[in-house]
Ligand binder design. Structure first.
Ligand code: G4P
Length: 317
């Protein structure tokens, strides 16, 4: 399946980050604790040019606590990187954030060398919520559409601590197919960009392997095999039947069942779930990159062929 999204203002945001980054000491990358690997923008590392990075695993209240520990350890083992977990219920997140930033850039501080921090994250990761809590007021949401609100806001957390906000940004091309599904399940991608049934099937495929007990407890499926023994399609159908998602004379309404499954995941009605471990994500990334490289080789060969035929250039030896 191709999940197609339209990153829209991406070029403007990219340009704004490129200009701002020169005068930035620490980059805060807000990640979704339920899908840390998939919610990390692959363009960000290049854009932020090796600046010290604080990975904030946000929405930890929805994520599997054991897996959050694994992800924190994974990031904390990387040089120039520090990681913390947060959620909207933490009333004073500034304390942990400020401390981590000074650990990453210990030479900053005071009026002469204030700490300058850039905060980035994909849409819906909870950036506005966090910034509102940090500032203790209802700051306006940085527009996710360029031209509607300004591209960047500066927020002073203290006299010597500035936070620069950027609009939520997705990237143009997805290389890790599983990331597309996980982003769609999390709510980061607009609903017109994906097919709910496919996303729900993918989600159920993962949940029945890793969180089967939660599925069984939530849906109390009677008269079927345990979730782990069902095909993904059978599971989606059984959930729809159990939840009364029926269409007259034509059995289960699979679209409705898919919406129920996605909604339940987003609301953590199944329990606290994380859709990837660092090891799994590394494997998905490696195979995604390999497929992408193979695709590129084929594309180059087709283009060369075309050039030889139409522009009469010579085939290279
Ligand atoms: P953004 O600026 O990064 O786009 O995200 P925003 O703060 O608007 O948050 C997106 C949604 O996520 C909001 O839900 C918000 O309440 C929720 N959220 C933010 N931080 C947390 C958190 O730590 N834990 C949980 N459980 N939820 C969090 P919403 O207003 O209902 O929006 P939506 O779900 O209708 O998109």
């Amino acid at each position: 399946m191709a999940i197609q999204w339209f990153p829209g203002h991406m070029h403007l945001t990219k340009k704004a980050i490129q200009e701002r980054i020169k005068n930035i000491d620490v980059v805060i990358e807000l990640l979704d604790a339920r899908l840390p690997g998939s919610s990390a923008n692959p363009m960000l590392a290049t854009l932020t040019a090796g600046k010290p990075t604080l990975k904030v695993l946000n929405k930890q209240d929805l994520a599997d606590p054991q897996r959050t520990v694994q992800w924190l350890a994974h990031y904390n083992a990387q040089s120039g990187t520090c990681a913390i977990a947060l959620d909207a219920s933490v009333s004073t997140p500034a304390k942990a954030l400020v401390k981590a930033c000074f650990e990453l850039a210990p030479n900053r501080g005071g009026m002469v060398k204030p700490m300058r921090v850039l905060i980035c994250g994909i849409p819906n990761v909870g950036k506005s919520t966090l910034i509102n809590t940090l500032t203790g007021k209802r700051a306006t949401k940085t527009g996710d559409e360029a031209g509607i609100t300004k591209l960047e806001q500066r927020i002073s957390l203290a006299d010597d601590f500035y936070l620069y906000d950027t609009p939520g940004m997705l990237w143009p091309r997805i290389i890790v197919a599983k990331s597309g599904y996980n982003l769609a399940a999390s709510g980061a991608i607009g609903r017109n960009a994906f097919n709910e049934e496919e996303v729900a099937l993918e989600l159920l495929g993962y949940l029945k392997t890793h969180y089967a007990a939660m599925l069984a407890a939530r849906y109390k499926l009677a008269g079927t095999a345990p979730p782990a023994d069902l095909q993904d399609e059978e599971l989606l159908e059984a959930i729809g039947r159990q939840r009364g998602a029926l269409q007259s004379g034509r059995g289960v309404n699979l679209q409705k069942s898919a919406e129920i499954v996605i909604y339940d995941f987003r609301a953590a009605s199944l329990g606290r779930i994380t859709l990837e471990t660092p090891g799994e994500f590394a494997q998905w990334l490696a195979s995604g990159q390999q497929l992408d490289a193979e695709r590129q080789i084929k594309k180059d060969a087709i283009e060369l062929d075309r050039a030889i035929r139409f522009k009469k250039i010579k085939r290279p030896p």
